[in-house]
Design a protein around this ligand. Structure first.
Ligand code: AMP
Length: 277
């Protein structure tokens, strides 16, 4: 496994890579969700590149950029075990040197949900992912359904800007009790960790209601909200049933819908989702 810390090193290694390149961008503190993306990339490509970069521009001023969990040594050991070929781990200055001035804005699909709760978040995400794509030049890039809106934003950016790669979205990997794996789960104390199981319960409720024939989006939203509200440690930011492509809130579920939520447990903000189709 080779490690590139500068853009020049990364490009030099890319020049020597033959065949298709599968790329998995991450912010590190890897878990089985990330590793599932690496495994899928491994199955579908000849060369595997993983980036580890906690992107400062996608965090708001009051968000957890400084405290975001980091453990490079452990990450590298896990990636080595998965037979990753190249790890790109640039510094903040390498990606955003003095005088950096260019940004990628994806409109509309970024207005709602995470976009409205975290102003500027997707501008940071789209910009860093565009830069990583230009540096790594992957054949295929892998993202998790866990961050459903992010996956839509990246797909839109790739289509609109004619980027020459395929975006692949892989299923959410969960703990045994249903909690979606996330680097941020490490922030939860034992009580909050237990309380956080309500997210998957609410999504399962939505799925069950939908499968039993409930197609009124507001009824499903209300039942999810009422279930989560019974958990004293949970503070809801949003519960949404939206068009799975445009993310516009639905009245009636008459097309594939994304049931998604953002909930705080103490200082930790968690998101999760499921598709109703
Ligand atoms: P992050 O390091 O949180 O930025 O995540 C890097 C990539 O891993 C993103 O495409 C995420 O959507 C994906 N990811 C994070 N958690 C999971 C999970 N539990 N299951 C599948 N993919 C995930």
């Amino acid at each position: 496994m080779q490690i590139a810390k500068t853009i020049a090193e990364m490009k030099a290694l890319r020049m020597k890579s033959f065949g298709s390149v599968g790329f998995v961008p991450t912010m590190g503190y890897l878990h089985d969700g990330h590793l599932a993306l690496v495994k899928q990339a491994q199955d579908e490509n000849s060369v595997i590149i993983v980036s580890i970069f906690v992107n400062p521009t996608q965090f708001g001023p009051k968000e957890d950029f400084r405290t975001y969990p980091r453990d490079t040594e452990r990450d590298l050991a896990l990636l080595e075990k998965e037979r990753t070929d190249i790890v790109f781990m640039p510094s903040d200055k390498e990606i955003y040197p003095e005088g950096y001035r260019s940004w990628v804005e994806v409109e509309k699909v970024t207005d709602r949900l995470e976009g409205s709760c975290r102003p500027g978040h997707f501008r940071g995400v789209a910009t860093v992912v565009a830069k990583l794509f230009n540096i790594v030049e992957p054949t295929r890039a892998y993202f998790g359904q866990k961050d459903a809106q992010q996956a839509l934003v990246i797909k839109k950016m790739v289509a609109d800007l004619n980027m020459n790669l395929e975006v692949i979205v892989a299923a959410t990997v969960r703990e045994n009790d249903g909690l979606a794996m996330s680097s941020r789960n490490v922030y939860l104390n034992p009580q909050e960790r237990q309380a956080a199981t309500v997210l998957f319960k609410a999504l399962t409720l939505a799925q069950n209601l939908w499968e039993k024939g409930e197609s009124n989006a507001e009824t499903i939203r209300q039942k999810m909200t009422s279930l989560i509200s019974k958990e004293p440690l949970a503070k809801i930011e949003y519960v949404s049933i939206a068009d799975a492509e445009t993310l516009e809130e639905l009245t009636e579920i008459d097309k594939p819908a994304l049931a998604s939520l953002a909930v705080r447990f103490g200082k930790t903000r968690l998101i999760d989702n499921t598709i109703l189709e």
